[in-house]
Ligand binder design. Sequence first.
Ligand code: ATP
Ligand code: GNG
Length: 215
Amino acid sequence: MMTVLVLSGAIGAGKSSLTGMIAKELGTKAFYESVDDNPVLPLFYADPSKYAFLLQIYFLNTRFHSIKAALADDNNVLDRSIYEDALFFQMNADMGRANQTEVAIYKDLLANMMEEIKGMPKKNPDLLVHIDVSYDTMIKRITKRGRSYEQIKNDPTLVEYYQNLLNYYGPWYDQYDYSPKIRIDGDKYDFVENPEDRQVVIKQIKDKLREMGKL
Ligand SMILES: Nc1ncnc2c1ncn2[C@@H]1O[C@H](COP(=O)(O)OP(=O)(O)OP(=O)(O)O)[C@@H](O)[C@H]1O
Ligand SMILES: Nc1nc(=O)c2ncn([C@H]3C[C@H](O)[C@@H](CO)O3)c2[nH]1
């Protein structure tokens, strides 16, 4: 049976890390968001108003490639959902980093792509695994990972950006209804450093899949 899992959560929540762990545990293939090879991301952090639209187009395009590739395999896990792309863009637009024409074009393109996805053999993931983190945890993880353009010590305006992002994620998760969903407490479980915590989190996900008849 083909099973598709999709991760969601704020920057540094631990999506990529947990994606790898789930893939290993379930013997599935992992698909990662383009970050270190993303030519627009550093430009965006340096000048958000200039690059918000281009970055969004870049992510949408790469996300679409991943979704198509993921569908060619039987079982897989993706480290971010396409449903979060609209969240990021809406927030940046609300912050004045995109003009009305850009907003309209982006929304139309996204809707067009969602139509394509609806026509695919598997139009929704089987399960959304959402990692919840507080602001403090988010900052700790961003600092630990150390991508220079994401550091608040280099750019204090990111404090507001990150707080804002968490404010958008709460209602986004509550309203998400494309598939069953499960919330992982990213503050409580140090699933990267602590093997016991990792087992607890993996068990939560497996129990959910079992309850759904997918395992
Ligand atoms: N639960 C955790 N406990 C301890 N460290 C963690 C945990 N989750 C993630 N980390 C660490 O935090 C950093 C960010 O994690 P990761 O890259 O998995 O986040 P992400 O959600 O994929 O981020 P992004 O959205 O920016 O791609 C990494 O250094 C990782 O090792
Ligand atoms: N503006 C914007 N829109 C997106 O759709 C989007 N998706 C991811 N990101 C940023 C967050 C991390 O820095 C980094 C890794 O997730 O990329 C985005 N930024």
